[in-house]
Design a protein around this ligand. Structure first.
Ligand SMILES: Nc1ncnc2c1ncn2[C@@H]1O[C@H](COP(=O)(O)OP(=O)(O)OP(=O)(O)O)[C@@H](O)[C@H]1O
Ligand SMILES: [Mg+2]
Length: 278
């Protein structure tokens, strides 16, 4: 269980995340939606402790079921937390000149002493984890290619493999498909959902388009101007609520219309058929 209590982050006079409170049970797939500037990325960065909150708390159960105060973690425990909630980004954040397998092994850095890692000396266990992760993302045949030789969709699958070898409990994905075409977007979303269902890893995924969240997530959190304005299953998210999340809805507000109407990706079934047909 991850618990966020009145989490707030201000930048000067701007409140990017405003008293956000929610609980995510282990194994849920949550989509966070909202227009540009709603605070989605800031929220994920707070959870991962890439940024510190102005106020509020983040609590997470440890293996024994005791709530740990994530905000109080330091040093080794903080690094362990960051490994435990792996992040995937819109721009993949791979090291372009390194091979795919080397990029995936980077996910093991927090588990290793610094010097051997810098010298790229990974254990057999690390390498086995990396190869397995690439197999799951159907990327093992590209293992020795340089990351910058891959398509965007392939790079994102490598980034997910890198996140997986961190053996995370929570996967935080910040607009993982925003730079991808429809076909690759559906492959990546399908991969995230498979990991969620098969491994029980909690996935919290920022998404621009409503339909993607509807298609893939168990639960949708809608943010507007830093605050949560909807939290529930996709079926409860009506057109009216969607317009409230996305803003004015004034005629000609292209961002709202696009977010509400764009078909983000074909259904998972269609995506599977397409992949099989390749
Ligand atoms: N480091 C920062 N310094 C100052 N303001 C910031 C900083 N990071 C974010 N903000 C502001 O906080 C607000 C929320 O930003 P955030 O990036 O979280 O939004 P978002 O919902 O992820 O938007 P997008 O869909 O465009 O990615 C924005 O107004 C942004 O300009
Ligand atoms: Mg963002």
């Amino acid at each position: 269980m991850l618990r966020v209590e009145r989490l707030t982050k201000s930048f000067g006079s701007l409140t990017a995340v405003d008293a956000v409170t929610f609980e995510v049970p282990a194994g849920q797939m949550v989509g966070i939606i909202g227009r540009s500037g709603a605070g989605k990325s800031t929220l994920l960065r707070l959870i991962n402790r890439l940024a510190d909150p102005t106020s509020g708390r983040i609590l997470c159960d440890d293996i024994a079921g005791t709530a740990i105060d994530v905000g109080a973690l330091k040093g080794r425990e903080l690094r362990a937390w960051r490994a435990r909630c792996a992040m995937v980004f819109q721009q993949f954040n791979l090291v372009p000149r390194l091979t795919v397998i080397a990029n995936v092994l980077m996910g093991r850095v927090s588990y290793n002493a610094t010097l051997p890692t810098l010298l790229m000396l990974f254990s057999g266990h690390d390498r086995t984890l990396a190869i397995r992760a690439l197999q799951r993302l159907d990327m093992v045949s590209h293992g020795l290619h340089r990351a910058d030789e891959l398509s965007g969709g392939q790079q994102q699958r490598v980034a997910i493999a890198r996140a997986l070898v961190q053996e995370p409990k929570i996967l935080l994905a910040d607009e993982p498909i925003a730079s991808l075409d429809l076909r690759n977007a559906s492959i990546v979303m399908e991969s995230l959902r498979r990991i969620n269902k098969e491994d029980g890893i909690t996935v919290i995924c920022n998404l621009h388009l409503l339909q993607t969240a509807r298609d893939y997530c168990d639960r949708i959190i809608g943010m507007r101007k830093g605050a949560v304005v909807f939290d529930g299953p996709p079926a409860e998210l009506t057109e009216d609520i969607a317009r409230e999340i996305y803003g004015s809805g004034d005629p000609g507000d292209d961002e709202v219309e696009l977010a509400l109407t764009a078909t983000s990706a074909p259904t998972p079934e269609a995506a599977r058929e397409r992949t099989a047909a390749d």
